[in-house]
Design a protein around this ligand. Structure first.
Ligand code: GLN
Length: 484
């Protein structure tokens, strides 16, 4: 059952080949057996999941049953879940029980899914390897000595190990796509504003966006259908008609124009990764896509721009964690200043503190003009370059990451080296546009991701190309041997 797509599971449930209780129990058994090796689950809600599954079984097959009734999923631990610990993988929130559900969580529940628990991630979603988690790093199911990517590393590794039918992730600078690439699964970062951020613990509010992670593009379309939509509780949520993603992905892609930015395909790109991407592009060409070179002249400024804006917003967002109303609180404070200082220095991990310091610095009155305001201007420039490129093409393709999954510990002594992992992904968040990463092959037995970037609200277009590619390839169906 665990290798089936969401569509196949829906059909199986409706045909009564298995019940939702059986399906949920099957995934819970897999979590018990396999999770100790990969450390993806922070909180398991097995009992609640089985109760929800039993309730789902009563309505499966009836016409009022929502589309995803009885489908078991896991949530990144950044989404608030009522009555369930929501830690953001931080000591700061290790004792925090959320008093309400994030909109993404309630929308997926209303669509019929069963939540089995909460997934590991980088602390407050800051990282590209899952190693900043308070609960220890998740491991990559393809090689347990390698990172799963980050920050949604738990979501990606859990999918690669087939521990759920789908998972949720968030993406501020690449966090659904890069771990998806490292773990050989499909991960989508939607257009900014398409998926509500309400109840999703904020890292950098103008960049954060929740998205689905699953085996295939079709699975992601199923989840996105449930997650997307206007939310009056999120002031940046956009009122936009939600298309029928499942219907749209079935279209042939003959004539689809795919742009390859010349700045992404230079001699600096690893030759093995380049070969995999080249083969994938040829496959899309065989399906009728037309390939064209495009240019994003200032794309090399994306990383420095991102690493000014994201920490600036993080320093402001994380100021709410002061130990007063909820979360970690230090013992025996001498006075109020000591209370704040020790609560925050004991509650946050090193990377989070580094970002808060950078953010506070770039927002200070002496640096604001030279860093923060300049970064905002460059952000606009990069966004405009994407929009210009989309006058010529429908989709832009690139590798998702500059390399395959690296060894645990290999990069965490050099933060800048870690930041460079976001080279192909962070510009997409700066521009606010959508992108998907799909498995496209292997280098040294580790998965490689192909990134397909679309214009605003062109989720259908990128998921369509991804789905058509997955109909003629089987990279997304590969399961690491120890997790078959
Ligand atoms: N690696 C990036 C960072 O650390 C992206 C993280 C994310 O998308 N949440 O900021």
């Amino acid at each position: 059952m665990h290798t089936k797509t969401i569509e196949q599971l829906i059909q199986g449930l409706r045909a009564k080949e298995y019940s939702s209780v059986e399906l949920t129990q099957h995934f819970l058994d897999r979590i018990a057996k396999h999770d100790p090796a990969i450390n993806t689950v922070i909180t398991l809600t097995a009992e609640q999941a089985l109760q929800e599954a039993a309730a789902a079984d009563k309505i499966i097959g009836s016409k009022d049953a929502p589309n995803l009734t009885g489908i078991p999923i896991l949530h990144k631990d950044i989404f608030c879940t009522q009555g369930v610990k929501t830690s953001c993988a931080s000591k700061m929130l290790d004792n925090f029980i959320a008093p309400y559900d994030a909109t993404v969580v309630s929308k997926l529940r209303n669509a019929g899914t069963i939540s089995m628990g909460k997934l590991n991630m980088d602390e407050f979603a800051m990282g590209a390897s899952n190693e900043t988690s308070f609960y220890g790093a998740s491991k990559n199911p393809w090689d347990l000595e390698c990172v799963p990517g980050g920050s949604s590393g738990g979501s990606a590794a859990a999918m690669a190990a087939r521990l759920a039918a789908g998972s949720t992730g968030t993406d501020t600078g690449g966090s659904t796509r890069q771990p998806a690439a490292f773990c050989g699964i499909t991960g989508l970062k939607p257009t900014y504003g398409l998926v509500s951020r309400w109840g999703m613990i904020a890292y950098a509010s103008s960049l954060d966006q929740g998205g689905p992670m699953a085996i295939s593009s079709e699975c992601c379309a199923h989840l996105l259908q449930a997650m997307a939509g206007f939310d009056p509780k999120d002031s940046t949520s956009v009122q936009h008609e939600i298309p029928d993603y499942l219907a749209d992905i079935k279209r042939p892609i003959k004539g689809l124009k795919i742009g390859l930015p010349k700045e992404f395909f230079t001699e600096k790109l690893d030759t093995n990764i380049a070969k995999v991407i080249d083969t994938a592009i040829k496959e899309l060409e065989k399906l009728g896509a037309v390939i064209k070179e495009v240019s994003l002249p200032n794309i090399h400024l994306a990383i420095p721009t991102y690493y000014i804006i994201a920490p600036a917003e993080c320093s402001s967002n994380l100021s709410r964690f002061d130990g007063v109303r909820y979360g970690y609180r230090c013992d025996d404070a001498k006075d109020l200043v000591d209370f704040y200082e020790r609560t925050r220095s004991e509650g946050f991990g090193t990377e989070v503190k580094r970002r808060i310091l950078i953010g506070t610095y770039v927002l200070s009155s002496t640096s604001f003009e030279s860093y923060y305001r300049k970064a905002q201007k460059v952000r606009k420039l990069i966004a405009n370059e994407y929009l210009n490129a989309f006058k010529e093409v429908d989709i832009i393709a690139s590798p998702t990451a500059p390399e395959v999954a690296f060894k645990l510990g290999a990069k965490n002594t050099n933060p800048v080296d870690m930041y460079l992992r976001d080279i192909y992904t962070s510009s997409v968040n700066l521009a606010g546009i959508p992108a998907v990463s799909i498995p496209a092959g292997f280098v040294n037995n580790l998965p490689v991701g192909l990134q397909l970037i679309g214009n605003f609200f062109a989720e259908s277009t990128i998921l369509n190309a991804a789905h058509q590619y997955q109909l003629v390839t089987d990279w997304h169906q590969q399961v690491p041997t120890a997790f078959v």
